[in-house]
Ligand binder design. Sequence first.
Ligand code: ZN
Length: 177
Amino acid sequence: MNYCTRCGAKVVLRIPEGDSHLRHVCPQCGEIHYLNPKLVIGCVAEWDGRVLLCRRAIEPRYGLWTLPAGFMENGESTAQAAMRETVEEACARVGIERLFALVSIPHISQVHLFYRARLLDADFGVGEESLETTLFEEREIPWERLAFRSVAFCLEAYFRDRRAGAFGFHESTLPPP
Ligand code: ZN
């Protein structure tokens, strides 16, 4: 960040009094601009034993497969974010079930959350951010062509739990690659 979004002056990096982190501070109006981690929210949506994956039409990881997921917007709940992203990426309506996985990724300041979900019908499509969307059996999952480590972590845990007959909650912190 270079300029204050409140008054337009050039910001400086310093540790405000009583704080412990470097912040972008506006020397003109005094505003402290906090930058905090972003939430990425998605779901493992099942239909007839198969799981919905989307092939990315955008960078990063263009052409690789991912769960429907994206950045949470202001003013929505985490479950609403998962539903919205699934509509946007796969034109699919889902019923959200339990929270299933939480992945902290400190080196990029992101937290990824994945819910379990059920497709409400098989009438899905290809959203603007996807090249294609497909329902995969477990044995068809393109493990070598997954876009993100958090997605691989979530899917591995998902199928392990499903085989065991009980879904738990799974948490992980990813180190830098
Ligand atoms: Zn300012």
